[in-house]
Design a binder for this molecule. Structure first.
Ligand code: PLP
Length: 376
């Protein structure tokens, strides 16, 4: 068993060895992919190969693949670049979608976190103005999968464009841009074992895209700035190594069973909806998520309180709030997310540490309920 049980892959998945090797190799090559000399051509060849591999991860063509600095930039580029003033987003979208479109209309979700298709239909019919609809593939906190096919069907009938944030889905479940039928799809390298700071927006051939920055003509005039060649190489290598699916559901189910057997009142959010096999969002009622995160950290287990936040701010999870989870209960929810290097021993370590905390807390009643830090 490794020294630390790292179970926070939805925040960042550790770098896969193949990605590391590809990055080192690309850094050795050096060069600017826009240069015409030999060094530049070598760098260009790395980017071109990576573009084919990342495109194939999501069933897109290389020409539709625009490399970005990550999922956040891809989401911003889609939301702002589609050029639609009217935007509809689900209530459980990542901050990088919700904040890119602060005036967007919010589509409610049900108690399992699944977007309300009836509400989408009503919202689309409410105005003749063509809209952009943005609904994620898989939620970062609960892993709940959204009915993108249905979203696309309704959106198309109303002349709307569709963006899908597939950052948490790609590399874990098969993603096919054509099958989904969306116009824009966001992916991020570090969620599937690639480096941080690199991602892509897939833009369907006929879909409009207004670039969000001025500069050189890189990425076929869709995203200015010299490409992060090593990062892109690492992204592609991780995408290839992922095999497009992550099969850890047995370990996740073993974990959930053990935790609910320990604490009968523990609740698993989104458990009745289709969801990723790597994610569990579970409460230990009355015990603040931060207390659990710290206790588990001391026991050598890395997990997060809902969303690993970038600014250390303490705020209630909008995802659980949108699902109707009472604030006090949401404050006791943690997120465990497995990945490519997770082992049964990691799960056992988490179970043991969580059980021992639960026993300590229920015996001494040290629980209290402050708000929780949010996650990525
Ligand atoms: N979208 C979702 C669903 C995410 O979980 C994240 C990261 O946490 C992002 C977008 C942002 O991706 P990145 O960290 O690459 O900017």
């Amino acid at each position: 068993m490794s020294a630390v049980a790292y179970l926070d892959h939805n925040a960042t998945s550790p770098l896969r060895p193949a990605a590391f090797d590809a990055m080192v190799e690309a850094m050795r090559v050096g060069g600017n992919p826009s240069s015409v000399h030999a060094a530049g051509r070598k760098a260009r060849a790395i980017v071109d190969k990576a573009r084919r591999e990342v495109a194939s991860l999501v069933g897109a063509s290389p020409g539709e693949t625009v490399f970005t600095s990550g999922g956040t930039e891809a989401n911003n580029l889609a939301l702002l670049g589609a050029g639609r003033r009217r935007v509809l987003v689900s209530a459980v979208e990542h901050d990088s979608v919700r904040r890119a479109a602060p005036r967007a209309e919010t589509l409610p979700v049900d108690g399992e976190g699944v977007v309300d298709l009836g509400a989408l239909e009503v919202a689309l019919a409410a105005s003749p103005e063509p809209a952009l609809v943005s609904v994620m593939l898989a939620n970062n906190e609960t892993g709940v999968l959204q009915p993108i096919g249905e979203v696309v069907r309704l959106a198309r009938a109303a002349g709307a464009l569709v963006h899908c944030d597939a950052v948490q889905g790609a590399g874990k479940v098969p993603v096919d841009m054509r099958e989904l039928g969306v116009d824009y799809l966001s992916v991020s390298a570090h969620k599937l074992g690639g480096p941080t700071g690199v991602g892509a927006l897939i833009v369907r051939k006929a879909a409009p895209l207004v670039p969000d920055r001025r500069g050189g003509g890189q990425e076929s005039n869709r995203r200015a700035g010299t490409e992060n060649v090593a990062g892109i190489a690492g992204f592609a290598a991780a995408a290839q190594a992922s095999g497009r699916v992550l099969d850890v559901v047995e370990m996740r189910d073993r974990l959930e069973l053990a935790l609910v057997q320990t604490a009968r009142d523990a609740r698993i959010y989104g458990a009745n909806a289709p969801r990723l096999g790597n994610t569990t969002c579970i409460s230990m009622p009355g015990v603040p998520a931060e207390t659990q995160v710290m206790a588990l950290d001391l026991a050598g287990v890395c997990i997060s309180a809902g969303a690993a936040c970038s600014s250390g701010k303490v705020q209630q999870s909008p995802v659980l709030t949108a699902m109707g989870v009472p604030a006090a209960e949401a404050a006791s929810a943690i997120r465990v997310s497995l990945g490519w290097n997770s082992e049964a021993g990691d799960i056992e370590r988490l179970i043991t540490a969580w059980q021992s905390l639960y026993i300590r807390v229920t015996k001494s009643d040290i629980s209290h309920t402050p708000s929780r830090a949010r996650a990525a």
